[in-house]
Design a protein around this ligand. Structure first.
Ligand code: ADP
Ligand code: 5GP
Length: 198
């Protein structure tokens, strides 16, 4: 099962995802490839595979990505091989990807549940970005400009979750995941005998 989560930078995706992963031991977070530099505490192969621009372009040429995008002037991509390796182990995967990536995944017919996380207001978003303290002022301005573009595309998503009170947002995302687990396609994939009943 694939769960795609998007939302503007600073809206609280990583915070919500951390909670969701602790509630769902069988869910793994997709590890993307990126050309951005690691933040303090980030480790190669844990948050991202940090690679150079040349290597990223070779991966695009080889068709290694389900989707890739340039976000805030850096490249990010989801490796098909990585997805296949996890799915062959029977894992459900959570993807934290931007709207351009979601559009590509949908165009390629990727099955999945698509969730957009929304801030209560744009002022809240600015406050969260500043409060996180990981970006300078120019970067925050660029991310806020990009946030408007991202939010304009709400129509691509099946579910919109407002991250006002964190616990409520986590509970809503958890509810969506629980429903997705009961969807017809999920259940039929897991218990093929049901289709054979005459
Ligand atoms: P993203 O992964 O979407 O860029 P983060 O998870 O890093 O966002 O969150 C950005 C900042 O906002 C962090 O400092 C986080 O603690 C804070 N935050 C997340 N959710 C909430 C919330 N519901 N209310 C207030 N602050 C929040
Ligand atoms: P950050 O640099 O803060 O980790 O991530 C910035 C943005 O890139 C986030 O909005 C995140 O959703 C997006 N992102 C991370 N990995 C991928 C990916 O593999 N593909 C796409 N399209 N976006 C990604």
């Amino acid at each position: 099962m694939r769960i795609f989560i998007s939302g503007p930078s600073g809206v609280g995706k990583s915070t919500i995802i951390r909670e969701i992963l602790s509630l769902n031991q069988d869910l793994v977070l997709s590890i993307s490839y990126t050309t951005r530099t690691p933040r303090p505490q980030e480790k190669h192969g844990r948050e991202y595979f940090f690679i150079g621009r040349d290597e990223f372009e070779s991966m695009i040429d080889r068709g290694d990505f389900l989707e890739w995008a340039c976000v805030h002037d850096r490249f990010y991509g989801t490796s098909l091989k990585w997805i296949e390796s996890q799915e062959s182990l029977g894992k459900d995967i959570l993807f934290d990807i931007d709207v351009q990536g979601v559009r590509q995944a949908q165009e390629k017919g990727s099955p999945g549940t698509y969730i957009l996380i929304i801030p209560p207001t744009m002022e809240d978003l600015r406050a969260r970005l500043s409060g996180r303290g990981t970006e300078d002022r120019d970067t925050i301005d660029l991310r806020l400009k990009n946030a408007r573009e991202e939010l304009k595309n709400w129509g691509l998503y099946e579910y919109l979750v407002i991250n006002d009170k964190l616990e409520d947002a986590v509970q809503k995302v958890q509810g969506i995941i629980s429903s997705a687990r009961c969807s017809r396609s999920e259940i039929i994939g897991r218990i093929p005998w049901l289709q054979k009943i005459e």
